[in-house]
Ligand binder design. Structure first.
Ligand code: CP
Ligand code: NVA
Length: 338
């Protein structure tokens, strides 16, 4: 039997290194099959609940398209549309939903909520982002890395994650590096470094996989000869608007720009961004921050770098679909051969 059957994914460490690689391989196959119009449906007659307490473009659409492609049905439960935690306990909601559905996706403000959902759910629960972790994003990122460097093992990949490294993306990158042995540098001021306990654990595990994880404030040292520079917004969903002032003060020199790319000394360096990105003035937030703080050309990443590297970044976004599909299929199909 498929040993990922009926498994939750609350964080990447819910998987072993081998299991993670199997999901990525399955995603690669499903992507190819979809493009060749020969996709097999493993999820016929399955029903999936999608709970979103926060906004989403990629994650919601990827879960929905993954389900439709595979013959499953979804119910989208947007912000404020269920009794979850207001009139009905998380425990009771989990018990009800798992009688109706075959799987539950949750995106929300408090990681504790998904822990409780998973504890009382009888069906698999998948984390579509909490303030602590964003595991399905990392599935897509690893697939993207593999596609760009098909001949390299993950433990030969050097990646710098720059900006707010103490967020769901920083934590999930740490877990990914610990599982597949990346050379991961978290590049940010000390105030933005991740929680020590998780860092130390992941650093130790990464070493056993021939990887290496460091935190550094030094941009030149951090990005030296990397294959990838990864960044994310400096203020995450759910953080207050007032956080911007502090984050900009701390992070303005950590913007992904020409001089950072030059410092890699690698003309082939690729850029990753989980998106959405504040790279121009075409969004309300982008406009107001750029105006208020005097940024002229993007916030966490300049517009010219974003435009130049958009092919990789949008492939990474597309890979959300294929990897979410692989994760859901491996957890809901008893018979799939992984
Ligand atoms: N990267 C990501 O999770 O995007 P959404 O917020 O649009 O789902
Ligand atoms: N750190 C970001 C990731 C968005 C995909 C956030 O939580 O808003």
């Amino acid at each position: 039997m498929n040993n990922l059957y009926y498994r939750n994914c609350l964080r990447l460490l819910d998987f072993s290194s081998l299991e993670l690689k199997k999901i990525i391989n399955l995603a690669q196959k499903l992507k190819q099959d979809k493009k060749n119009n020969i996709e097999t449906q493993f999820l016929k007659k399955k029903n999936i609940a999608l709970i979103f307490e926060k906004e989403s473009t990629r994650t919601r659409c990827s879960f929905e398209i993954a389900a439709f492609d595979q013959g499953a049905h979804v119910t989208y439960l947007g912000p404020g549309s269920t009794h979850l935690g207001t009139k009905e306990s998380i425990e009771d909601t989990a018990k009800v939903l798992s009688r109706l559905y075959d799987g539950i996706q949750y995106r929300g403000h408090d990681h504790n909520t998904i822990e409780i959902l998973a504890k009382y759910s009888k069906v698999p629960v998948w984390n579509g982002l909490t303030e602590k972790f964003h595991p399905t994003q990392l599935l897509a990122d690893l697939l993207t890395i593999k596609e760009i460097h098909p001949k390299k093992d993950f433990n030969n990949i050097k990646c710098a994650y720059v900006g707010d490294t103490n967020n769901n993306m920083g934590n999930s990158l740490l877990e990914a590096a610990s599982l597949v042995g990346l050379d991961l540098r978290l590049v940010s001021p000390k105030e933005c470094w991740p929680e020590k306990k998780l860092f130390t654990y992941c650093q130790k595990q990464a070493k056993q996989k021939n990887g290496n994880i460091v935190c550094t404030e030094d941009i030149i040292e951090g990005v030296k000869s990397v294959d990838f520079i990864y960044t994310d917004v400096w203020v995450s969903m759910g953080e207050s608007e007032t956080t911007w002032t502090k984050k900009i003060e701390l992070l303005q020199s950590y913007q992904v720009n020409d001089s950072m790319l030059n410092a890699t000394n690698n003309p082939q360096v690729k850029i990753l961004h989980c998106l959405p990105a504040l790279h121009d003035q075409k969004t309300d937030i982008g406009k107001s921050i750029l105006k208020k703080y005097g940024f002229k050309n993007g916030i966490e990443i300049t517009n010219n770098i974003f435009q130049k590297h958009q092919e990789t970044i949008f492939e990474q976004a597309e890979n959300r679909l294929h990897t979410i599909k692989a994760m859901v299929v491996s957890s809901l199909s008893k018979t799939i051969n992984l």
